[in-house]
Design a protein around this ligand. Structure first.
Ligand SMILES: [Zn+2]
Length: 109
Protein backbone atom coordinates (compact mmCIF):
# COMPACT_ATOMS: atom_id res chain seq x y z
CA UNK A 1 0.00 0.00 0.00
CA UNK A 2 1.44 3.32 -1.00
CA UNK A 3 1.30 6.00 1.65
CA UNK A 4 -0.77 9.12 1.12
CA UNK A 5 2.49 11.09 1.00
CA UNK A 6 3.83 8.90 -1.80
CA UNK A 7 0.59 9.27 -3.77
CA UNK A 8 0.62 13.03 -3.20
CA UNK A 9 4.26 13.33 -4.35
CA UNK A 10 3.42 11.32 -7.47
CA UNK A 11 0.35 13.45 -8.26
CA UNK A 12 2.22 16.70 -7.67
CA UNK A 13 5.03 15.58 -9.99
CA UNK A 14 2.43 14.82 -12.69
CA UNK A 15 0.82 18.20 -12.10
CA UNK A 16 4.16 19.97 -12.60
CA UNK A 17 4.83 18.03 -15.84
CA UNK A 18 1.36 18.79 -17.22
CA UNK A 19 1.54 22.42 -16.20
CA UNK A 20 4.84 22.81 -18.04
CA UNK A 21 3.33 21.10 -21.09
CA UNK A 22 0.33 23.44 -21.19
CA UNK A 23 2.65 26.41 -20.81
CA UNK A 24 4.79 25.27 -23.75
CA UNK A 25 1.70 24.76 -25.91
CA UNK A 26 0.37 28.20 -25.10
CA UNK A 27 3.73 29.71 -25.88
CA UNK A 28 3.81 27.93 -29.25
CA UNK A 29 0.32 29.24 -30.02
CA UNK A 30 1.31 32.81 -29.24
CA UNK A 31 3.93 32.76 -32.00
CA UNK A 32 2.78 35.00 -34.87
CA UNK A 33 1.49 33.22 -37.97
CA UNK A 34 3.84 32.98 -40.91
CA UNK A 35 3.25 35.40 -43.77
CA UNK A 36 3.05 32.60 -46.32
CA UNK A 37 -0.52 31.31 -46.69
CA UNK A 38 0.43 27.62 -47.07
CA UNK A 39 2.62 27.98 -44.00
CA UNK A 40 -0.36 29.45 -42.17
CA UNK A 41 -2.47 26.41 -43.03
CA UNK A 42 0.20 24.12 -41.61
CA UNK A 43 0.52 26.29 -38.53
CA UNK A 44 -3.24 26.17 -37.99
CA UNK A 45 -3.24 22.38 -38.27
CA UNK A 46 -0.44 22.25 -35.75
CA UNK A 47 -2.44 24.53 -33.48
CA UNK A 48 -5.45 22.22 -33.73
CA UNK A 49 -3.31 19.20 -32.83
CA UNK A 50 -1.85 21.18 -29.95
CA UNK A 51 -5.35 22.16 -28.82
CA UNK A 52 -6.17 18.47 -28.45
CA UNK A 53 -3.02 17.83 -26.45
CA UNK A 54 -3.66 20.92 -24.35
CA UNK A 55 -7.27 19.93 -23.67
CA UNK A 56 -6.17 16.45 -22.58
CA UNK A 57 -3.51 17.96 -20.33
CA UNK A 58 -6.00 20.42 -18.81
CA UNK A 59 -8.45 17.58 -18.13
CA UNK A 60 -5.67 15.56 -16.50
CA UNK A 61 -4.74 18.57 -14.37
CA UNK A 62 -8.36 18.88 -13.20
CA UNK A 63 -8.47 15.16 -12.32
CA UNK A 64 -5.19 15.39 -10.42
CA UNK A 65 -6.38 18.45 -8.49
CA UNK A 66 -9.52 16.51 -7.56
CA UNK A 67 -7.41 13.58 -6.39
CA UNK A 68 -5.24 15.93 -4.29
CA UNK A 69 -8.37 17.49 -2.77
CA UNK A 70 -9.57 14.00 -1.90
CA UNK A 71 -6.21 13.26 -0.25
CA UNK A 72 -6.68 16.42 1.83
CA UNK A 73 -10.23 15.40 2.72
CA UNK A 74 -9.21 11.84 3.51
CA UNK A 75 -11.54 10.38 0.89
CA UNK A 76 -8.86 9.49 -1.65
CA UNK A 77 -9.23 5.97 -3.00
CA UNK A 78 -12.93 5.70 -2.23
CA UNK A 79 -15.32 5.11 -5.11
CA UNK A 80 -17.54 8.18 -5.67
CA UNK A 81 -20.39 5.94 -6.83
CA UNK A 82 -20.58 3.17 -4.22
CA UNK A 83 -18.21 4.40 -1.49
CA UNK A 84 -16.16 1.21 -1.49
CA UNK A 85 -12.36 1.35 -1.49
CA UNK A 86 -10.91 1.31 -5.01
CA UNK A 87 -8.53 -1.62 -5.52
CA UNK A 88 -4.93 -0.66 -4.94
CA UNK A 89 -3.79 -2.10 -8.29
CA UNK A 90 -6.31 0.16 -10.03
CA UNK A 91 -5.07 3.23 -8.15
CA UNK A 92 -1.48 2.32 -8.97
CA UNK A 93 -2.37 2.16 -12.65
CA UNK A 94 -4.71 5.15 -12.54
CA UNK A 95 -4.02 7.34 -9.49
CA UNK A 96 -6.84 9.72 -10.43
CA UNK A 97 -9.50 6.98 -10.62
CA UNK A 98 -12.68 8.09 -8.85
CA UNK A 99 -14.68 4.90 -9.33
CA UNK A 100 -13.99 1.30 -8.40
CA UNK A 101 -13.61 -1.13 -11.26
CA UNK A 102 -17.24 -2.30 -11.00
CA UNK A 103 -18.72 1.20 -11.07
CA UNK A 104 -16.30 2.28 -13.82
CA UNK A 105 -17.64 -0.57 -15.93
CA UNK A 106 -21.23 0.41 -15.15
CA UNK A 107 -20.51 4.02 -16.11
CA UNK A 108 -18.64 2.91 -19.21
CA UNK A 109 -15.35 4.36 -17.95
ZN1 LIG B 1 -17.89 1.65 -6.88
Amino acid sequence: MRTADAVRADLEARLATLGARVERIEEAQREPLDEDLSEQAVAREDDEALDGVERAAIEDIARIRQALAKLDAGTYGLCVACGEAIAEARLDALPTATRCINCAHDANG
